[in-house]
Write a protein that binds this ligand. Structure first.
Ligand SMILES: Nc1ncnc2c1ncn2[C@@H]1O[C@H](COP(=O)(O)OP(=O)(O)OP(=O)(O)O)[C@@H](O)[C@H]1O
Length: 294
């Protein structure tokens, strides 16, 4: 199979509001796709369509070759779904709740559940209704991962988790990726997907704005660079380099902002005696904000 997820003209309207507008997106096996967009962009709507919870107004979502809306029973065992705000049956304990799903999935090793719970420091003997928000979210995480599904559909999965648990979750995602599973990961925070995603798709106002590898995005990002020379900086030569957007000089140091590759700039500077190079992290955040704001 070429693609684990394939959507064509996937569209969802709620009354007169178009939440998702003609989405064409393919996710190949083994890919971690970060699905980003500002509030209200349509991320959750997409995820609920993929998880077969709502029907499209037009178009289709096909997962493992099955229609997500009509053939969800065939998919249940192969998908792990974690909703954004996990709300489970409050009167059940974690164990009772997860046993129920383990049964639905056709059986899950008890030890697998216990291991995941231990990893996230989750007490499964307590009624879910009495758990804190973050601990409830952990029950959702265990439910999504416990049957080792081929596809994980995760809607802002680290909501409510403390930094330690967020780190643990990222580790779990990495293991999932390394095991060759496919992940559809929605988020509005860049740092969450930056660490694990192969590609990112950016959605705005229900429309797909771009799908690119994280690497390609990074290559277009702006970067700050400080070059210190033994003598006066060769200002004119550096200003002529394609991609140089800002240049100011402070004594023997030139402060630059450059988009794309820094190779041309370093070549231009090389004939002069460079005594220090300070390169700052590529500013991915601004790339995203540009896409978010249109
Ligand atoms: N059940 C619904 N009824 C009416 N409108 C809805 C419904 N669900 C979503 N919408 C609308 O569809 C649009 C997309 O919402 P969605 O929840 O998919 O966005 P999102 O990208 O997940 O946002 P957030 O980051 O805030 O979670 C919003 O304008 C929202 O108000």
């Amino acid at each position: 199979m070429d693609h684990v997820v394939r959507t064509r003209n996937l569209t969802k309207r709620f009354g007169r509001r178009t939440a998702l507008d003609g989405l064409d997106l393919d996710v190949p096996p083994g890919e971690v796709l970060g699905y980003l967009g500002p509030n209200g962009a349509g991320k959750t709507t997409t995820i609920r369509l993929l998880a077969g919870l709502i029907r499209p107004t037009a178009g289709s979502a096909v997962v493992f070759g099955f229609d997500a809306a009509d053939q969800y029973d065939a998919l249940q065992r192969r998908i792990g779904y974690l909703p954004g705000d996990f709300v489970a049956y409050p009167d059940l304990t974690g164990t009772q709740y997860l046993d129920y799903f383990a049964h639905l999935y056709g059986g899950v090793e008890r030890s697998r559940i216990d291991l995941l719970a231990k990893r996230f420091d989750l007490d499964l003997g307590v009624r879910i209704g009495t758990l804190s928000r973050g601990n409830r979210q952990k029950v959702g995480i265990v439910q999504a991962f416990m049957h080792d599904p081929d596809l994980l559909i995760l809607d802002e999965p680290t909501t409510g988790l403390d930094p330690l648990m967020q780190r643990e979750f990222r580790e779990l995602l990495r293991e999932t990726r390394d095991a060759g599973r496919t992940v559809f990961l929605s988020s509005h925070v860049l740092s969450e997907v930056d660490a694990v995603a192969d590609r990112v798709a950016i959605l705005r106002a229900g429309r797909l704005v771009t799908v690119q590898s994280v690497q390609a995005l990074r290559a277009t990002a702006r970067r700050r660079l400080d070059l210190t020379f033994a003598g006066a900086p060769p200002v004119d030569r550096m200003r002529a380099v394609p991609g140089v957007q800002e240049l100011s000089v402070d004594g023997h140091t030139a402060h630059l902002v450059i988009s794309g590759s820094t190779a041309g700039l370093l070549r231009a500077a090389a004939p002069y005696e460079v005594t220090n190079v300070l390169s700052h992290e590529a500013d991915l955040e601004t790339v995203f904000l540009d896409y978010y704001n249109g």
